[in-house]
Design a protein around this ligand. Structure first.
Ligand SMILES: Cc1cc2nc3c(=O)[nH]c(=O)nc-3n(C[C@H](O)[C@H](O)[C@H](O)COP(=O)(O)O)c2cc1C
Length: 199
């Protein structure tokens, strides 16, 4: 089967992307609005980009009528964000923060999560997360047209927080983190990172 993306609608292209590029890590992005309200939302179009300096990126679609999501509005205004990693124990809370709440709603409160003070940036970390990366905005790229616009946010990691219990001999014990990945999209499927094999 061959598929020419130019003849597909956005629903179908999203389906192909989200069912092919799996599992996807989840950037649980905390930001703060210009009015000082905390915001938290998951983004699975997320990738590391560069190690030295540490650069990461994630991609946001638009709300209905092409309106920017709160995360993007906040990052464009404050130039800062934090990426928190999501464990299985945090999955339900993470899912709650994906609700399209209006900007004056603090998702930390809605999901019963603890905002922890960051070292360098203003947005708080998710205290319950095993790893958080404080980031400064480098670039916002635009793709697509009209309401199909996607923005790719590129940030430099300026501080990393790792819970001590997941570090041994100066290395992150990845197998112990229990971080989850996002599969597909329609059935809200996720995967664990505990079933590993070695090559
Ligand atoms: C696991 C998961 C991954 C998601 N990944 C993305 C993504 O990569 N891009 C996107 O635009 N929305 C994604 N969403 C949807 C956003 O989290 C959702 O639109 C959210 O309400 C945005 O919140 P905000 O307006 O506070 O930024 C995802 C949702 C879930 C549950």
């Amino acid at each position: 089967m061959k598929i020419d993306p130019t003849v597909l609608d956005v629903k179908k292209t999203y389906e192909i992307m989200s069912y092919s590029v799996i599992p996807r890590p989840i950037a649980w992005v905390s930001t703060v609005s210009s009015k000082g309200i905390n915001n938290l939302a998951p983004y699975s179009y997320f990738t590391p980009i560069c190690n030295m300096p540490m650069i990461v990126g994630f991609s946001l679609g638009r709300k209905g009528k092409g309106k920017k999501k709160d995360t993007l509005v906040n990052i464009e205004s404050t130039k800062e964000f934090v990426i928190n990693m999501v464990t299985e124990a945090l999955a339900e809370a993470m899912n709650k923060t994906a609700t399209a709440y209006p900007p004056h709603i603090d998702e930390f409160k809605k999901a019963n999560l603890t905002p922890a003070k960051s070292e360098i940036v203003a947005p708080p970390r998710v205290d319950e997360s095993p790893i958080s990366m404080e980031c400064r905005l480098k670039q916002v790229l635009e793709f697509g047209e009209d309401a199909k616009f996607h923005n790719f946010v590129v940030g430099e990691v300026v501080m990393v927080h790792i819970k001590e219990e997941f570090v041994s001999d100066d290395r992150i014990m990845a197998a112990r983190l229990d971080i989850i990945g996002r599969l597909g999209s329609r059935e809200n499927l996720y995967c664990r990172t505990t079933d590993m094999f070695k090559i």
